[in-house]
Design a protein around this ligand. Structure first.
Ligand code: URA
Length: 214
C-alpha cells in the first residue's frame, strides 16, 4: 500500500469525521517552487492551456503560513499572469487590508491554472489534472492555514461536492493544515449581503494566523 499523502485524510474538526479523498499521488515532487512553476508552465495535460494566454501559476511568499486558493483565472489574470489581478483581486486586497494581512506575506494560487475559454466552468477532468499541481504547490509551501475562496477551491481541497455556502465558516483539517472555506470575492461583488459571512470567516483566519506569527 502506498504512503498516504497530504490529501488522503480530511478531518472536519467541527464534526470530528474523517473522509478519504479520491486524489491520486502526484508522480514526483519538484524540488523548488521555481522548478514546479517551470513544469506547470509546460503542462498540456488538458486543453485549457491551448486557449489561454499563459499559465497563472500563483504568486507570493513561497514560505507563507497562509495560502489563499481561488478557482480559475479570468481575463485580467490570463493577461497579466498573476492571480487575483482583476476586480475580484481588488476586493480581496481590501479584505486582506481590513484583516491587516499583507498580500506579499501570503501565497495566492488557483485550483485551475489556465483560464477556460469564454470563462466556462472547468470540466471534472481538468480539475483533476490541475489538482496535482495545486497539491505539489501546497506540499512545497507547507502552509499552516489555507483559505478556500469559493466552491471550486473548497470542493477541490475537501473532495466534497458541497458548495461554499454549506462548507464556509467551519475549520477543516487537511493533514495538519487548517482549512477555511469561504465565499469567493466575485460572489460578494454579485451579492454584497455575503460580505458579512466572509468577514466572520476571515476574522477566524486572522486570529488563527496571528497566533502563529506573534
Ligand atoms: N478568481 C479567481 O478565483 N482567481 C483569480 O485569479 C481571479 C479571479
Amino acid at each position: 500500500m502506498r504512503e498516504k499523502n497530504l490529501f488522503d485524510l480530511l478531518v472536519d474538526i467541527s464534526e470530528n469525521k474523517t473522509q478519504q479523498t479520491k486524489l491520486a499521488q502526484p508522480a514526483r515532487q519538484p524540488a523548488t517552487m521555481e522548478s514546479l512553476a517551470a513544469e506547470v508552465a509546460g503542462c498540456v495535460r488538458c486543453s485549457l492551456r491551448l486557449g489561454a494566454c499563459q499559465v497563472v501559476f500563483g504568486e507570493g511568499n513561497p514560505q507563507a503560513k497562509l495560502l489563499f486558493v481561488g478557482d480559475v483565472p479570468g481575463a485580467d489574470e490570463d493577461r497579466q499572469g498573476i492571480p487575483f489581478a482583476g476586480a475580484s483581486g481588488q476586493l480581496l486586497n481590501k479584505i486582506l487590508a481590513a484583516a491587516e494581512i499583507k498580500r506579499d506575506e501570503i501565497y495566492l494560487a488557483n485550483a485551475i491554472k489556465c483560464r477556460p475559454p469564454q470563462d466556462r466552468k472547468p470540466q471534472p477532468e481538468e480539475v483533476a489534472v490541475c489538482r496535482g499541481h495545486l497539491q505539489q504547490q501546497i506540499e512545497l509551501i507547507s502552509p499552516a492555514i489555507i483559505v478556500c475562496l469559493g466552491s471550486l477551491a473548497a470542493q477541490t481541497l475537501a473532495s466534497s461536492s458541497a458548495r461554499a455556502n454549506v462548507l464556509r465558516g467551519r475549520w477543516f483539517e487537511l493533514k495538519g493544515i487548517r482549512l477555511m472555506p469561504t465565499f469567493h470575492p466575485a460572489e460578494l461583488l454579485l451579492d454584497p449581503a455575503k460580505k458579512k459571512s466572509v468577514w466572520q470567516d476571515i476574522q477566524k483566519v486572522r486570529d488563527a494566523y496571528r497566533l502563529l506569527t506573534f
